[in-house]
Design a protein around this ligand. Structure first.
Ligand code: 3H9
Length: 693
């Protein structure tokens, strides 16, 4: 008894052995933890004074899974199945005592215990799918034996955590013990098991639920069909489904073998490598080298938003959702009323779907105050401007805000392109000015680009990042340049997409390639969705671009039923003979003979110039690290997570290949195109973006 190793301890409480783990931050199953568990189990079993064993964790959580940092390195014994066998085959009952989260390998270990107790705040889940994996230590075989194949399918493919109450109801947890009394509750439970001489219950032996689903392939066919859109492009959900199918159709040990085979395949594949990379990227993005974590922040108790349009309304909802009151200012009553109407409708739609209650709608609406006067923003702690994208207009607004808003408040612009330093120069307090670039629809999209001006104070940056977390966003800190990180790279892609439709590719050819690559839609479908007339006016239109001509023909995108595509009443897109003619006429006028452009060229010319732009962004220190760029693209533009973002993707392609292709297509990329020196340097040194320090 006593310390087994640095992270494992065994103690006696009467005849109950308490096996406790203490491996911060999340008690992940590192080699040391696995080793400790095997040794501690052996010691507990061999100790004649022990009748039962309680497995419990110190710190904020039960075991949160395998140690993800060990993946991709040679496995070090003892492996997880050995740990599990030591527990499951113990002749003395083992009780898992769960608090925080029992996730992945953590839940798999708990499933090898003979009984499980948890506090009400605990959660269980198999989130491996989010890392491009499947539960590879028996989870796919044991879980359906407890909760049934339907619920198991849902849990392993969504990765969602189940709360203790639900877990108790579906048999995953045997007993809920009072909050804060886990240890005592688990010991009491273990004593009861011993006193009542309960059997050594092994999940692996419980076949009732899986047998009941045998011969019903429809369960799986239906599940695949319902989720086809959500799973598009991902390998892991399908592999998880196959494993649950195996649990239903194969004996336990064969199911385990099948699971192991598929797990290894996923683990060695690029998708999981990408998704594991994203897991860490999402955590890195909050870390700002020159803004320490203990930088003081400003309490944000009241927010002002200027503009009740799509952006302003969406931005305001984020704050109301977390209980922060917002004053929304418009210049005229009519757009103000319209904006409030749209917000209410949005909330009501969410309420209808059951995600919030009718009372929530009223509460959130009650936090929003309409106003026609900037003066009403005087006592706000943060004011976000979401007015027309024009420098003069923005400077005018900031000049006024500077005079009206109290000192010590953050003045933020939601500009998506403009120079935040110039906007800040319209005030006497540029250190209080920052860009908060929300993505449309602002109440839905997870990304926030926090744009640091040359003079923005660290306190303002720290507050903005903290606030982003509070409203459920993922924030990337970026520097000032035209379009910041996301839109600047988007422009590089758009230039090529526009060029290619003047060389012979049709908009739907380009879109198809990007859709198949995994993007939610291609650039032309996206333009149609956004509206081709953004920033366009009939008065100034010169008919110089295809977009000009389409707008002049009132083909302004989905909202007018036509743009690059034709749309039916349900807004289904069809390739349009009209826009095809517009494009061909354009080419004829320019004397271009259309040529067949291969899918490979379309992909390379869309993606590689983006990567090149990303490299320039790094050179200019507009982004802190390559993975921040990937976070922007995944969360702001729907870049497929299983490709890890453009910079990670470049690493998988190999930077020398990227450079070679950029050189090959060079003459077609436009006279302004230059290869980034950083990209060339990394390529010539055989390095990856991930190797940048
Ligand atoms: C698995 O189990 C495979 C098995 O089926 C099969 C094996 C054969 N490993 O998120 P936080 C770090 S796959 C290593 O900010 P929170 C994290 O990087 C695994 N490190 O805290 C961060 O480090 P830093 C299945 C991990 O309170 C720190 O811990 N399990 C791991 O917001 C704090 O993390 C999962 O996928 C790990 N497993 O959330 C669970 N987990 O401070 C993944 C975390 O240096 N983890 N770290 O940035 C989570 O979902 C959340 O971390 C959790 C806590 C909910 C636990």
């Amino acid at each position: 008894m006593g310390a087994i190793n640095a992270v494992t301890d065994l103690a006696l409480d009467g005849d109950i052995a308490i096996l406790s783990l203490n491996s911060p931050p999340v008690n992940a199953l590192s080699q040391q933890v696995r080793d400790g568990l095997v040794k501690a189990m052996k010691a507990a079993v061999e100790n004649s004074a022990t009748k039962s064993i309680v497995l419990i964790c110190e710190g904020k959580t039960f075991i949160a899974g395998a140690d993800i940092t060990e993946f991709g390195k040679p496995p070090q014994p003892p492996l997880l199945p050995e740990v599990e066998a030591a527990i499951e085959n113990s002749p003395k009952p083992v009780v898992a005592a769960i608090h925080g989260t029992a996730l992945g390998g953590g839940l798999e270990v708990a499933l090898c215990c003979h009984y499980r107790v948890a506090v009400p705040s605990a959660k269980c889940g198999l989130p491996e799918v989010n890392l491009g994996l499947l539960p590879g230590a028996g989870g796919t075989q044991r879980l359906p034996r407890i909760v049934g194949p339907e619920q198991a399918l849902e849990m392993v493919t969504s990765g969602k955590h189940v709360d203790a109450k639900t877990a108790h109801a579906n048999g995953l947890i045997d007993e809920i013990v009072p909050e804060g009394e886990l240890r005592a509750g688990a010991i009491a439970y273990a004593k009861r098991i011993v006193a009542e001489k309960r059997p050594l219950r092994k999940v692996r032996d419980s076949n009732e639920k899986v047998v009941a689903a045998r011969g019903k392939p429809q369960i799986f066919a239906d599940f695949r069909k319902t989720n086809a859109r959500k799973f598009r492009g991902f390998l892991a959900p399908e592999y998880n489904i196959r494993c649950i199918e195996a649990a239903v159709n194969l004996p336990f040990d064969e199911g385990l073998k099948f699971e192991h085979k598929l797990f290894v395949e996923l683990l060695n594949g690029t998708q999981s490598a990408a998704q594991r990379y994203v897991f860490f990227a999402e955590r890195q993005v909050w870390k700002i080298p020159d803004v320490p974590e203990d930088t003081p922040t400003i309490p944000i108790k009241k927010v002002g938003v200027i503009g009740a349009g799509t952006m302003g309304g969406g931005i305001s909802m984020n704050f109301a959702n977390v209980g922060i009151p917002v004053t929304i200012v418009e210049m005229k009553q009519e757009p103000l009323d319209r904006g409030f109407g749209v917000i209410r409708k949005n909330y009501e739609r969410t309420a209808k779907s059951g995600r919030i209650t009718a009372a929530d709608v009223d509460k959130r609406m009650g936090l929003l105050t309409p106003s026609l006067k900037l003066e009403d923003l005087a006592d706000c702690d943060l004011v976000i401007e979401a007015v027309f994208e024009n420098m003069d207009v923005k400077k005018d607004v900031f000049g006024k805000l500077d005079r009206i808003v109290k000192q010590g408040a953050i003045l933020a612009t939601n500009t998506s392109y403009l120079n935040v330093n110039e906007i800040a120069s319209a005030t006497q307090r540029p250190e209080w000015v920052i860009g908060l670039h929300f993505f449309s629809p602002a109440n839905v999209m997870r990304l926030l680009e926090v744009v640091r001006g040359a003079k923005t104070s660290k306190q303002v940056i720290a507050t903005s990042m903290q606030l982003a977390k509070r409203i459920g966003k993922i924030a990337a800190l970026v520097g000032v340049c035209h379009g910041f990180v996301g839109n600047r790279m988007l422009a590089a892609r758009q230039t090529q997409a526009n060029a290619m439709i003047l060389e012979g590719a049709m908009p739907w050819d380009v879109d198809k390639v990007l859709y198949e690559f995994g993007m939610p839609m291609g650039p032309f479908a996206m333009a149609d969705l956004a509206g081709l007339d953004i920033g366009w006016s009939r008065e100034t239109s010169k008919g110089a671009t295809i977009r000009d001509v389409l707008c002049e023909m009132d083909r302004r995108g989905q909202k007018t039923g036509a743009g690059f595509y034709d749309y039916d009443a349900e807004r289904n897109a069809k390739p349009s003979p009209t826009s095809e003619k517009v494009i061909k006429d354009f080419m004829a006028k320019g004397g271009t003979t259309p040529r067949k452009i291969s899918e490979e060229e379309i992909l390379a010319r869309c993606i590689y110039p983006m990567i090149n732009e990303g490299a320039k962004i790094l050179e200019e220190k507009i982004a802190i690290r390559p993975s921040d760029i990937d976070i922007v693209w995944i969360n702001g533009y729907g870049w497929p997570v299983y490709r890890g973002g453009p910079m990670f993707y470049a690493d998988t392609v190999g930077l020398t290949n990227v450079v070679a292709k950029l050189k090959e297509y060079g003459p077609k990329l436009g006279s302004d195109f230059r290869i980034s020196p950083l990209l060339e340097k990394l390529a010539s040194e055989g390095k990856r973006f991930q190797d940048m320090k």
